[in-house]
Design a binder for this molecule. Structure first.
Ligand code: IDP
Length: 153
């Protein structure tokens, strides 16, 4: 199992709804390591960098207004297959279609205000981590119980 890193954001609606702790708990309960974490305001420029693939889409202006409307919490999450494991924990984009048990399925009913972002591939994660974090903000570490939580298959 490859250890991967993924970029997670608690979006403005997640922060406003006091879901930071819940989302952090879900990540930690799954056995993944949070190796960087900070609160920040996403600027219009940062939004365009992050959502480069969506900038030309009709929904982008609303997405930019939303993501810049209030602070977000950015995290780097590390662990075995962290990118796909986090995408499973997060659920489908539209909260009305996300499966119960996923973060979006349990807490949301909106397509835009879906509380959390998770990178969709290892390459996207590398690009997004570089947008949000500098190397000296990252604290990779081992955990004593790691082999019990994430034993080899
Ligand atoms: P993802 O966050 O599930 O990977 P993407 O398709 O990459 O979904 O879209 C990025 C974000 O843009 C979504 O999380 C959501 O906030 C917003 N979004 C995506 N599609 C729509 C849409 O059709 N209308 C409004 N907002 C959208």
């Amino acid at each position: 199992m490859a250890s991967e890193r993924t970029l997670i954001l608690v979006k403005p609606d997640g922060v406003q709804r006091k879901l930071i702790g819940t989302i952090v708990s879900r990540i930690e309960n799954k056995g993944l390591n949070i190796i960087a974490l900070k609160m920040l305001n996403v600027t219009a420029e940062l939004s365009k960098q992050h959502y480069a693939e969506h900038v030309e889409k009709p929904f982008y202006p609303d997405l930019e207004s939303f993501i810049t409307s209030a602070p977000v919490v950015a995290m780097i999450v590390e662990g075995p297959e962290a990118v796909s494991v986090m995408r499973m924990l997060i659920g489908a984009t539209n909260g009305r279609e996300a499966a119960p048990g996923t973060i979006r399925g349990d807490y949301g009913s909106s397509r835009q205000m879906n509380m959390i972002h998770g990178s969709d591939s290892v390459d996207s994660a590398k690009r997004e981590i570089g947008i949000y974090f500098t190397d000296n903000e990252i604290c990779s570490y081992g955990v004593a119980l790691g082999d019990w939580v994430c034993a080899a298959d």
